[in-house]
Design a protein around this ligand. Structure first.
Ligand SMILES: Cc1cc2nc3c(=O)[nH]c(=O)nc-3n(C[C@H](O)[C@H](O)[C@H](O)COP(=O)(O)O)c2cc1C
Length: 361
């Protein structure tokens, strides 16, 4: 690890360093959400309104935070969610993020609108990776991407399905900011709007690669995903960047867990900024969670080494939270360790995870 990143000890230090390094446009693209940003606030509110019920006087000398997803061993149940235009945060883009995930011992999901692209990223990192597609072409175009991802060794293929329409991300619009990814891929959105369960059924029949549907926000759609033979149901509201006034992603998780009924694996993302957040989602039945902005801060702050460091800090927090709850592994954790409905004074934003920032630290 380079000397610089050892200096980072707290998550909010990455936040401050990234804010300092990035252009105002790139920074606002990273932190922003849609319209009133209410979905984003609810993502955090969902975490902040759950408290823990810890058990004591148990032997917690050895805590194991590892798990498996899609048959792959993960050092902790946290994957790197897809971020478009990573090259706007650091010139090495998605290849460096994939390497950081692999060096740590987890999986990254490469966005189809991040550079350096599908094949180059695969060549830059041998570890397990997932490819995520926005549908920007017809059947043949989509199938070509699946074939290319299979040829390049991606272990699963992810369709993000919660952005049939781009809503206003007002921080970007106010500055007339357009990411490099969107400058290239911002056309042909009608293909995404027409993409449906019929396409999923056809793809499921034709290709032998695990499929992930990202952007599930109801039990009804989770059931449909299972009926369509999807391996991973990915609960997400795109970090509050698409439909405004959605539910907090963590609030959606319980009904999806019930609907899936162990017939698929479940990833959840949206608002995860602390090890305790990961533990709450796992206690509610997720098999793994995704983080996006948290590693985005680290990437903007210190590139690949920054992402690796953020994962190490997150792992420390997860392990200490588990130990303090009196459990030594995920199989011992369930909802009995949670208390719902602790009152909130005000709906928190992202900074609610970093109290020192609020104090101008
Ligand atoms: C800057 C940025 C770019 C994103 N780009 C993509 C993308 O290309 N594809 C995608 O499926 N989701 C994208 N997302 C959504 C994330 O994958 C993830 O669902 C969400 O941000 C998780 O919430 P969090 O940022 O609170 O961790 C993006 C999120 C951010 C913050």
């Amino acid at each position: 690890m380079n000397k610089n990143t050892v200096e980072f000890r707290l998550f909010h230090e990455f936040y401050k360093a990234a804010k300092n390094n990035l252009t105002q446009g790139a920074w606002d693209y990273l932190i922003g959400a849609s319209e009133t940003e209410t979905t984003l606030k609810r993502n955090r509110a969902a975490f902040d309104s759950i408290a823990f019920r810890p058990r004591v006087l148990r032997n917690v000398d050895h805590v194991d935070a590892s798990t498996t997803l899609l048959g792959k061993k993960l050092r902790m149940p946290v994957v790197l969610a897809p971020i478009g235009s990573l090259q706007d945060f650091h010139p090495e883009g998605g290849a460096a993020v994939a390497r950081a995930a692999d060096r740590f011992g987890t999986i990254s999901i490469l966005s189809s609108v991040s550079q350096p692209g599908l094949e180059t990223t695969a060549a830059a990192c041998q570890g397990p990776k997932i490819f995520q597609l926005y549908v920007r072409g017809n059947e043949a175009w989509v199938e070509d991407h699946i074939r290319r991802a299979m040829d390049a060794g991606y272990v699963a293929f992810c369709f993000t399905v919660d952005l049939d329409y781009y809503v206003k991300r007002e921080r970007d619009i106010a500055k007339r900011y357009v990411t490099t990814g969107r400058r290239v891929a911002g056309k042909n959105e009608e293909h995404q709007r027409r993409f449906s369960w019929k396409d999923i059924a056809r793809i499921r029949d034709r290709f032998d690669i695990p499929l992930i549907i990202k952007g599930i926000a109801t039990a009804e759609d989770a059931k449909l995903a299972v009926e369509h033979g999807i391996q991973v149901v990915y609960v997400s509201n795109h970090g509050g960047r698409e439909l405004d006034h959605g539910r907090g992603a963590l609030d959606v998780l319980p009904e999806v867990v019930e609907a899936v009924n162990d017939n698929a694996e479940i990833i959840m993302d949206g608002g995860i900024l602390r090890g305790s957040d990961v533990v709450k989602a796992m206690a509610l039945g997720a098999d793994a969670v995704g983080i996006a902005r948290l590693y985005g801060f680290a990437f903007g702050a210190a590139g690949e080494a920054g992402v690796l460091r953020v994962l190490e800090i997150l792992e420390d927090e997860i392990r200490s939270t588990l130990g303090l709850l009196g459990v030594t592994g995920w199989s011992e954790l369930d909802q009995n360790y949670l208390h719902f409905g602790a009152p909130l004074v005000q709906a928190p934003g992202y900074r609610s995870a970093f109290p020192l920032l609020e104090e101008g630290y």
